[in-house]
Design a protein around this ligand. Structure first.
Ligand code: F0G
Length: 487
């Protein structure tokens, strides 16, 4: 791959991302009128997860299972080998895992959280076992606590600084890690978890140097490192961009350096490899044996793990494509474009731009709303109302209550606008920019939300809320005043 292909300069000096692909299959989108969008919000309990895609224009909920697949992936799906056991599709995937992630033992699972369930089930042996991590992800935390474990998040203070220029806000705080191990005792720590491109703080990467230091401590205390590699491709891309040692390295070199420092790797293939499913891999036979029995119990036979053989073929090709910087760069470059454009208008966004999506700081945008009325949820629903764009709340609604049932407020209240890989065009991104600028100017019209239906686990998925006042009607009226007949 020609490394120069990643950043194409424009003669006129404009700094815009250039698509290095062409679109050959298209899907029509609906932009329904604002009145319908308001109705849709009431029908979905002011929860963007519960909107139907008929009411959604740009679906920026997530990149999970929504990245565009390549022509190579689609064609590979046509030569899948259907078999309950011993499918050739599985062996092609196993080879891809070995070539790309450099781990020889592979266990397929139906998606990322299934891997989290199995790893937590296998290794959390006592109530109170502690998992140090750079930062939690919702499903990882839910599985760890489900088996009686606890977590401790060990980021550096800079990671909590939303407007920052620190290149690696996902770094693990090395001093705190060592202190926690000494204090807790290594026998109470089943493993250390590192998340590539730390999702909930705005898709922020860790550096290879930081991971080396974590490895040093893990070795000193005889602990294993578990890597959540769901966003590993993007983390590797940002290492090449931001860590001078790797400026000339290939994606393959960075990825294998990272995976070589970890004992167990798991991933959501809905993100890594732009397909479906997930997996766990390792080079240690003992680890493989410790986890193997859970696959037929929870997932399916060991050569499919609950994934269709077609998706297994797509996953294998998608893993190889993770090594192609021209494919992986597309989403982070669009995100950087959007974040830079909004920051230039003084709209508070997570910086530096990360991966997965552009993240707006709802704590500041909605500082007139108390955190108990869910600033990020309010911003997500307001933004949908005035644009038809569906983002995701990543704040206190996404947090779980503590063991006494008390609300725990999130460190950050973010509206995440995901940019799935090679899905949107630049004019669509410009539309998002335009509507966000309008909403920011009219932010005082946004009001709070309250729960009317709160599920006990992962409440953000299906929870129902309602506005605390008629703010949504007032926001719609202002939109109509300013936009006239425009949708
Ligand atoms: N780990 C990370 C870092 C993730 O981002 C996700 C999913 C998972 C694990 C779980 O994987 O969905 O295949 O079970 N993240 C999605 C998101 C849901 O929208 O950020 P899964």
């Amino acid at each position: 791959m020609n490394k120069k292909a990643v950043h194409i300069k424009f003669y006129g000096g404009e700094n815009i991302p250039l698509e290095l692909h062409k679109v050959r299959v298209v899907q029509k989108l609906n932009l329904v009128p604002v009145e319908r969008r308001l109705e849709a919000l009431y029908e979905s309990g002011f929860n963007t997860f519960r909107l139907t895609t008929n009411d959604v224009f740009l679906d920026m909920l997530t990149d999970s299972g929504t990245n565009a697949m390549s022509d190579m992936q689609l064609s590979a799906m046509m030569h899948a080998d259907d078999a309950y056991a011993g499918s050739q599709s599985f062996f092609r995937l196993q080879k891809a895992v070995e070539d790309v992630l450099r781990k020889k033992y592979f266990l397929p699972v139906h998606q990322g959280r299934a891997a989290e369930n199995i790893i937590a089930n296998a290794y959390i042996r006592k109530k109170g076992d502690l998992i140090p991590m750079n930062y939690h992800f919702t499903t990882a935390l839910a599985h760890i606590t489900q088996y009686g474990g606890r977590i401790v998040e060990l980021l550096y203070d800079e990671a909590y600084n939303i407007s920052s220029c620190h290149p690696f806000k996902g770094n693990m705080n090395i001093e705190k890690l060592e202190a926690v191990i000494k204090e807790t005792g290594k026998e109470n720590i089943p493993f250390i978890r590192m998340e590539a491109s730390t999702n909930l703080i705005g898709g922020q990467p860790f550096s290879v140097q930081n991971l080396r230091e974590v490895r040093g401590i893990a070795d000193r205390y005889g602990l294993r490192i578990v890597l959540d590699a769901s966003l590993l491709g993007e983390n590797a891309y940002l290492v090449i961009q931001r860590e001078p040692e790797f400026a000339d390295a290939s994606m393959a070199d960075v990825i294998s350096t990272i995976t070589g420092l970890c004992d167990i790797i798991y991933f959501s293939a809905r993100k890594l490899s732009s397909s479906r499913g997930g997996g766990i891999c390792t080079n240690e036979l003992t680890i493989y044996r410790e986890l193997e029995a859970f696959i037929p119990l929870f997932e399916g036979f060991l050569t499919y793990g609950g994934i269709s053989v077609r998706e297994i073929e797509a996953m294998a090709v998608g893993l190889y494509e993770t090594l192609d910087e021209t494919m992986i760069c597309q989403s982070p470059q669009y995100i950087a474009y959007l974040v830079n454009a909004l920051t230039a208008k003084d709209i508070p966004m997570v910086t530096p731009p990360g991966v997965l999506g552009a993240h707006a700081d709802a704590k500041r945008i909605c500082e007139h709303i108390p955190q108990s009325q869910y600033q990020a949820g309010a911003l997500a629903t307001a933004f949908y109302l005035i644009s038809g764009v569906r983002g995701m709340e990543r704040g206190s609604i996404s947090n779980q209550r503590d063991e006494n049932g008390n609300e725990t407020y999130a460190d950050m209240e973010l509206l995440r606008l995901a940019v799935p890989r090679r899905v949107f065009t630049l004019s669509q991104v410009k539309y998002v920019e335009d509507r966000m600028i309008w909403l920011y100017e009219n932010r005082l019209l946004i009001g709070g939300l309250k729960f009317v239906y709160e599920p006990p686990v992962l409440r953000f998925f299906m929870g129902g809320l309602e506005p605390v006042s008629d703010w949504a009607e007032k926001l719609m009226a202002k939109f109509k005043e300013d936009f006239g007949n425009s949708l």
